[in-house]
Design a protein around this ligand. Structure first.
Ligand code: SAM
Ligand code: SF4
Length: 450
């Protein structure tokens, strides 16, 4: 961290977010905050006076990316004024002052619970003072953030942060802190502001979003299903989604909501992580494979077309071939529309990092390949089964060709359509073809959703 050296105040900024949707949300909020302070969003990192690297610490590879990015920024800036560099997010929280020691080009370090202080940290860096804030304040950062104003057709809204589950492989409880639910009124107000700014779809976010709980405007305690039902009544909002959920917090009310809330999309991201009960216990997941499969059955009973997504870790310490076969068995029993799968990555400070029987890298590679082959096959199968269906597609962005647009189906598949509907339109589409990663549709009639 450069100290005792004042420098020009940055006029433009670029935020680059890595990792999960919650980081994407934080990145947007940081951009709104910097804009509210008078800075302009630059078209690219190269054109920015301030670059914010909003980092992810979940796996070693993700965490190391920040250092290669800093190296690239420094190299590109040779011979001209180097942009101010801020490291935000979970690497900032986990590594703190170690970051500027390892990468002296870094001017600012700010954790995920402190980024509302970013403008002050920028001012400190301009004045040549140290600028590091990794506090986890009791007062919510959300109260200090400006009103929502940057919005596309589909918006993220963080309703819950942190985690008390302490899965033995995971850094989130240490980097994001204890589980906290944002208040009902703040969420409803932010949802209204997002709709006013142009959002037609809102995805409620949390590390354990379905653990959200809070008192509604009449003082009655509600779970996530109550919040979803309240947002269902919001005029102008067409679609509601939520992620990521934990199997233990999948309440009867939330399952029922999938059957009767029209705006709640038929998509559920419900990570199981592994299929072996022995490994699930060592992971401290507090569910087993059978209880997970029963949950999926119950959700499908109320919403038979629901798309199931998940996260998987292969090569958790002690995972045998038989344990891994159990994971494949669960995957076959569920049938996924999409899923994310990772090799286990030991994270400093987590219990699993020091467990015996760490699995050899080449075994992890082989297992990951087999798992991904099965998941890809399932995803393609799910996509093919959508061909011939008529559904709503929310148009989110331009495609490659003139007039081409890309939107999302109710099942979160990317759908390519022609004839240039406007971004933000909810059009009715016949799905005519499916690939492994996207679908093709023809527009039936352009309609605005109620
Ligand atoms: N709260 C969510 C849950 O319980 O499923 C997940 C949050 S975490 C940010 C996203 C995913 O990263 C996890 O579901 C897990 O599959 C993966 N993950 C977390 N720690 C990991 C590690 N040490 N190595 C590999 N993958 C990991
Ligand atoms: Fe990490 Fe487990 Fe919490 Fe998910 S539930 S954030 S995997 S500790």
């Amino acid at each position: 961290m450069r100290r005792d050296m004042s420098r020009p105040a940055p006029k433009s900024f670029h935020v680059k977010s890595f990792g999960c949707q919650m980081n994407a949300y934080d990145g947007t909020r940081m951009a709104e905050l910097l804009e509210a302070g008078g800075m302009q969003a630059a078209d690219s990192a190269e054109a920015a006076d301030l670059i914010v690297l909003n980092t992810c610490h979940i796996r070693e590879k993700a965490a190391e990316k920040v250092y290669s990015d800093i190296g690239r920024i420094v190299k590109k800036a040779r011979g001209r004024q180097q942009p101010m560099i801020a490291v935000a997010g979970c690497v900032a929280q986990a590594e703190g002052a170690e970051i500027p020691r390892r990468a002296p080009a870094v001017d600012i370090v700010v954790g995920p619970q402190a980024y509302h202080n970013l403008p002050q940290l920028v001012a400190d860096a301009v004045a040549g003072k140290p600028a590091l804030d990794t506090d986890m304040p009791v007062a919510s950062k959300f109260d200090a953030l400006p009103k929502r104003r940057r919005q596309g057709a589909s918006a993220f809204l963080t309703v819950q942060e942190g985690c008390d589950k302490f899965c033995t492989y995971c850094v989130v409880p240490y980097t994001r802190g204890a589980e906290v639910s944002r208040p009902w009124g703040a969420i409803v107000d932010e949802a209204k502001a997002l709709v006013d700014a142009g959002a037609r779809e809102i995805t409620l976010l949390g590390q354990n979003v379905n653990a959200w709980t809070g008192a509604d405007d009449r003082g009655c305690m509600q779970g996530l299903d109550g919040l979803i039902r309240a947002l269902d009544a919001l005029p102008g909002l067409a679609r509601i989604r939520y992620m990521t959920s934990h199997p233990n917090d999948m309440t009867d009310g939330l399952i029922a909501a999938h059957g009767d809330v029209a705006k709640l999309m038929p998509f559920l991201h419900l990570p199981v992580q592994a299929g072996s009960d022995r490994i699930l216990k060592a992971m401290n997941r507090s569910h087993d494979a059978a209880s997970y499969l029963r949950l999926i059955e119950r959700v499908r009973a109320v919403r038979p077309d629901i798309a199931i997504s998940g996260d998987f870790i292969v090569g958790f310490p002690g995972e045998t071939d038989a344990d891994f076969e159990d994971t494949l068995t669960v995957v076959r029993a569920v049938g996924h529309a999409m899923a994310f799968s990772f090799k286990y990555s030991p994270r400093p400070g987590t219990p699993a990092a020091t467990m015996a029987d760490q699995v050899a890298p080449q075994i992890m590679d082989e297992r990951l390949q087999r798992l991904q082959a099965l998941l890809n096959e399932q995803q393609h199968g799910f996509n093919l089964a959508t061909v011939g269906k008529r559904c709503g597609v929310l148009i989110e962005r331009d495609g490659k060709r003139a007039g081409q647009r890309i939107g999302k189906s109710p099942w979160l598949q990317s759908v390519i359509v022609e004839d240039g509907p406007a971004i933000g339109e909810l059009v009715t589409v016949d799905i005519v073809a499916a690939g492994p990663n996207s679908m093709t549709g023809t527009i039936v009639a352009e309609q605005r959703a109620a």
